[in-house]
Design a protein around this ligand. Structure first.
Ligand SMILES: C[S@@+](CC[C@H](N)C(=O)[O-])C[C@H]1O[C@@H](n2cnc3c(N)ncnc32)[C@H](O)[C@@H]1O
Length: 233
């Protein structure tokens, strides 16, 4: 128990600062063009695929909030395919500008996912993609509670899986590509890790083979999170 707890207990995470994310969103093709490829893939493949997953896992709903919306590729596809009210927040000003341009008809604003500027139970479904893994453990609990606070029906999390090819990719980015931060240092998840971090939560999970076989979807009810996840003092 002690051994595995220390494996997943991280009070220090990698750089999750706004300058790091601004560099990420302004990356141009160079000798190691990983990030431009990621952005292109998000636009033409993952955005529509993730929107399909969210529709299936969340069922029919009238409103969505994406926390850490990035360039808005998924929100745009959700809006187009459901006509639901779609909102997104991001703490990075450049991401918000790109999302506003990209996800027409959606409400996008600058806000911190740890302190969302919305009343309790404002949105039917609240989700995040590639967000939780950039926070240390204590803040992960705060982030999860904040997702749940503003959600009415469902919370969805999309997290990177601890699989050999993703580990290898991150290692390659660090050692050969000279990267740090996103796509280099983030936490990877297994079912065992997620159960250890949040032992009371009845996570329903789905391993997404079509998204590169490197991610999990987790489905939760907001009341389950609010009942069991205690925000650290
Ligand atoms: C890996 S990107 C994912 C973007 C988008 N969800 C996607 O799937 O393409 C993570 C995003 O979370 C944002 N972010 C990080 N910390 C945040 C916070 N505390 N509040 C709001 N957004 C945050 C970053 O600015 C970045 O846009």
């Amino acid at each position: 128990m002690g051994r595995s707890l220390s494996r997943c207990s991280r009070e220090v995470a990698h750089d999750n600062s706004e300058p790091m994310w601004t560099r990420y969103f302004s990356d141009r093709p160079g000798p190691w063009p990983l990030i431009p490829v990621v952005h292109l893939a998000r636009t033409i493949y993952h955005g529509p695929l993730f929107a399909k997953r969210i529709r299936r896992l969340g069922g029919p709903v009238g409103s969505y909030l994406e926390v850490g919306v990035g360039t808005g590729a998924t929100l745009k596809a959700l809006r187009r395919t459901t006509g639901a009210a779609c909102s997104g927040v991001d703490k990075t000003a450049l991401a918000c500008r790109l999302a506003k341009r990209n996800a027409m008809g959606c409400d996008v604003l600058i806000a911190d996912g740890l302190l969302l500027p919305f009343r309790d139970a404002t949105f039917d479904l609240v989700y995040s993609l590639g967000l939780l893994e950039h926070f240390p453990d204590r803040k992960q609990r705060c982030l999860l509670r904040e997702h749940a606070r503003v959600a009415r029906k469902t919370v969805l999390l999309h997290l990177p899986a601890d699989v050999p090819h993703l580990r290898f990719l991150l290692w390659l980015n660090r050692t050969v590509g000279g990267r740090s931060g996103v796509w280099a240092d983030e936490e990877l998840f297994t079912m065992a890790v997620i159960r250890e971090k949040f032992p009371e939560l009845p996570f329903r999970s789905f391993f997404d083979v079509l998204a590169g076989a490197m991610s999990y979807w987790f489905v939760l009810k907001p009341e389950e999170i609010l009942r069991h996840v205690v925000a650290p003092r």
